[in-house]
Design a protein around this ligand. Structure first.
Ligand code: HAM
Length: 430
């Protein structure tokens, strides 16, 4: 009996991993431009971290966590998201004491949620996220959204939209909560048992219930923006003002509440509008979480961030028919005929690689035709053939495979001038 990957997970194979690397590079470059620094936290954390921050009435905590007891009888959880671990680390390592505030961090790594598998939804997925902690300046809300949009745009996505809302401060949320309770209470028997529980503990969570989504009371529920106090409304207006300055288009959706408890004020999602993307259209989600650092034992340090899965970014690119440009290719394929030529090929390939030229050769003693086929299949830019004549003259013909042009050069000339030769060949082609 063969063993397959667990449901909701997948292998990333060569062909696919190059795209991942390209996206990861794009992420690193963008974070450098925006001055976010990388943080790496463990894959598992104490379970309590997530119940306290994400919230014990959320779907993530109630239904989706991979929680286990280790041999020391501790309850640990594979991280379902990145914000709580980053905030935990921010407090534990006293990053609030760093001279440069806010602390701007980013991460990429696997997250785990026990969800029903479908296109764009996995049990292990890789999230890229950023967290800016230590400022409640609305311009940083706009910056964080700009960063997310910039990654998508640079990756080549065109059909995306930014949707924003304000969840308000504690006072506004409390007013909304009272209104929600009054709205749902008389009919709560029509809702699932989770929602019945949520009515008491956290009625906002009823709004993202997947079971009762179609209940007409959902659409008529009191909307957050109607309950914003003056200060919260002014904050939201400022966020929109900075988005306007940055020339970033957005839609305000009063129904956007997000599925995690730590949010207040700004909440946002980036959606794909590409056809054929399937049922799940949210590419990224984020928002402000003033108070979370305090809840986890730190001093007052307001934060904002987002998370996006790389899987969904790649799916969206595919849906828009976008091809990856500049994926790494092979520079030179070295074909060898005979034992002596093979010796030369081994050392030539090695010299090329030492000079930062990617090179490949045959390891199966195949005939010249089969070796040439490999060069094609590997998408090599150039090929060379080494035989007795080449060994004797010390000159080989370097063939540019895009147009078949050949030039006679010595081995050393190729190794030393490869970049120049390659640039010229590409220019001639254009
Ligand atoms: P979230 O909305 O739960 O927020 O997830 C953010 C993103 O992670 C989603 O928009 C999606 O791209 C991806 N994602 C979530 N679940 C899955 C899944 N099962 N399969 C594939 N991709 C998935 C958070 O996680 C917050 N920590 C974001 C944040 C950071 N807020 C502030 N800072």
């Amino acid at each position: 009996m063969s063993i397959n990957v667990p449901r909701g997970t997948k292998d990333l194979l060569p062909g696919e991993t190059e795209k991942w690397q390209a996206v990861e590079e794009l992420i690193r470059d963008t974070c450098r431009l925006f001055q976010y620094k990388e943080i790496r936290t463990p894959i598992f954390e104490h379970t309590e971290l997530f119940t306290r921050s994400v919230g014990d009435t959320t779907d993530i905590v109630q239904k989706e966590m991979y929680t286990f007891t280790d041999r020391g009888d501790r309850s640990l959880t594979l991280r379902p998201e990145g914000t709580a671990p980053v905030v935990r680390s921010f407090v534990e390592n006293k990053l609030f004491g760093l001279p440069n505030q806010p602390v701007k961090l980013y991460y990429t790594g696997p997250m785990f949620r026990y969800e029903r598998q479908q296109a764009g939804r996995y049990r292990q997925f890789v999230q890229f996220g950023v967290e800016a902690i230590g400022s409640k300046d609305p311009s940083i809300d706009a910056e964080v959204m700009a960063l997310a949009m910039s990654v998508y745009k640079k990756a080549g996505l065109k059909k995306i939209k930014l949707v924003i809302n304000s969840l308000g401060d504690t006072e506004s949320r409390q007013a909304h909560r009272v209104a929600l309770s009054a709205h749902f209470s008389p009919h709560i028997q029509e809702f699932c048992s989770d929602c019945q529980n949520r009515l008491e503990k956290n009625p906002l969570r009823i709004l993202d219930c997947k079971v009762d989504r179609e209940n007409p009371l959902m659409a008529t529920a009191p909307k957050l923006p109607d309950y914003l106090n003056e200060e919260s409304a002014a904050y939201f207006a400022k966020v929109k003002h900075y988005l306007d300055i940055l020339n970033i288009k957005y839609e305000v959706d009063p129904n956007l509440v997000r599925g995690l408890d730590y949010y207040n004020h700004t909440a946002f999602e980036i959606m794909s509008e590409g056809e054929g993307f399937g049922a799940i259209t949210t590419l990224a989600g984020g928002g402000r979480y003033n108070g979370l650092v305090e809840d986890l034992g730190g001093p007052e340090s307001p934060g904002i961030g987002f998370g996006m899965s790389i899987e969904r970014l790649l799916l969206a690119l595919e849906a828009e028919g976008e091809e990856f440009k500049n994926l790494p290719t092979l520079d030179v394929y070295v074909v060898a005929m005979g034992e002596a030529a093979k010796d030369k090929a081994v050392s030539f390939v090695s010299q090329l690689r030492q000079n930062n030229v990617s090179a490949e050769m045959d390891y199966l003693d195949r005939k010249i035709k089969a070796q040439m086929k490999s060069a094609d299949r590997l998408n090599a830019k150039f090929s060379v053939v080494i035989g007795d004549n080449e060994l004797e003259s010390g000159k080989i013909s370097l063939k540019y495979l895009a147009n078949g042009n050949q030039q006679q050069l010595t081995f050393e000339e190729i190794v030393e001038n490869f970049t120049k030769i390659a640039t010229k060949a590409t220019e001639e082609l254009a």
